[in-house]
Design a protein around this ligand. Structure first.
Ligand code: NAP
Length: 305
């Protein structure tokens, strides 16, 4: 068993990481580092540095703090010679991740930038079906209620919090995995509440191969929540629903699988730790950075949780 330290005990750590680790045959949750959050029955520290100093036996660390501010914590982990797994988005900027990857190479440690939505049940089947097909158009609809999924998380709408791209980057992680050609941003409109720094909604047009795509991201969706990707091809339309857990192919009955995203992420991290390989894929983050770079920013109504 690999002893692991978990950092940033908030919603995702409690909802997904702790249960996945409790059932893992690879990792033993040895300690946590968080200013306020605790996991019952697990040794806790208030900072990453304190945890690393107290527990030289901890070989791997998983960071679940918000992306802005994670860079320094990640550097501490890598410089202490421990292997590191990062929640999505892996950091606040592209160059931060590149610097972390370089430092991990220098120290001989493993770095894993995770994209949990790529582990959804039907992603691999979708990628295999699309391989070799002509892509005509892509539609991404990622529309959810911020008050339900991110209650009170002011950081998400602050600078460096990504706003609606915090969930939206999950769609981009899927699109960059399943589509055969790279994605490049054509143009973007970001809607930013007058009292916040990051967008609450966004529309992006992009190119992939000879096709164009459009993505609509919305944090103010009430009622039915939508996490769908549709791809028009020369063989009909593929539709991935519910964040990649339901797959509809032309003329076939929809198929769906069990949610195993976080157990799969930890299995993959264990493989990387044992084989001493890193897995760093920046494409979803680069797409977001490009959209922010060329976007038309529109100020909209103030937002309060
Ligand atoms: P969260 O509930 O706010 O938890 C993050 C924790 O990090 C906080 O509880 C806080 O714990 C700690 N923290 C350290 N520095 C912080 C700072 N400057 N501001 C706020 N918290 C800080 O957030 P989350 O939803 O778990 O999201 C964390 C990461 O997981 C994000 O990158 C997000 O994209 C990703 N994620 C979230 C979800 C989801 O459904 N919420 C799903 C998948 C991935 P202490 O106060 O104890 O230090």
């Amino acid at each position: 068993m690999i002893r692991l330290g978990l950092v940033g005990i908030g919603k995702i750590a409690r909802d997904q990481h702790v249960p996945a680790l409790a059932n893992s045959g690879d990792f033993d949750l040895a300690a946590t580092a968080s200013r306020h959050g605790r996991v019952e029955g697990v040794e806790s520290h208030s900072t990453v540095a304190a945890m690393l100093a107290a527990r030289p036996d901890i070989r791997a660390v998983s960071l679940c703090t918000p992306p802005a501010g994670r860079f320094e914590q990640a550097l501490d982990v890598i410089r202490a010679g421990r292997d590191l797994m990062l929640e999505k988005p892996p950091a606040a900027t592209v160059s931060e991740v590149e610097a972390l990857a370089q430092e991990a190479r220098r120290q001989g440690t493993v770095l894993f930038t995770t994209w949990h939505s790529r582990e959804a049940a039907e992603i691999d089947a979708a990628r295999d079906w699309l391989a070799g097909r002509r892509i005509d158009a892509v539609r991404i609809r990622w529309m959810e209620n911020i008050r339900q999924w991110h209650p009170g998380q002011d950081w998400i709408l602050a600078a460096g919090g990504f706003g609606v791209f915090d969930p939206g980057i999950n769609a981009l992680s899927i699109a960059t995995r399943i589509l055969p050609s790279p994605l490049t941003v054509l143009d973007a409109v970001l809607e930013v509440p007058s009292n916040r720094a990051s967008p609450i909604a966004a529309q992006i047009r992009f190119r992939t191969g000879d096709a164009t795509g459009d993505a609509r991201l919305d944090f103010l969706q009430t009622g039915q929540q939508t996490w769908d990707i549709e791809v028009d091809t020369d063989a009909g339309m593929l539709r991935l629903g519910m964040g990649g857990s339901v797959l509809e192919l032309p003329g076939e009955i929809p198929i769906s699988g069990e949610n195993q995203e976080y157990p799969r992420l930890y299995s993959r991290f264990a493989e990387l730790v044992r084989s001493r390989q890193s897995d760093v894929d920046l494409r979803p983050l680069q797409f977001v950075a490009d959209a922010f770079m060329i976007a038309d920013r529109r100020i909209v109504q103030p937002f309060e949780f």
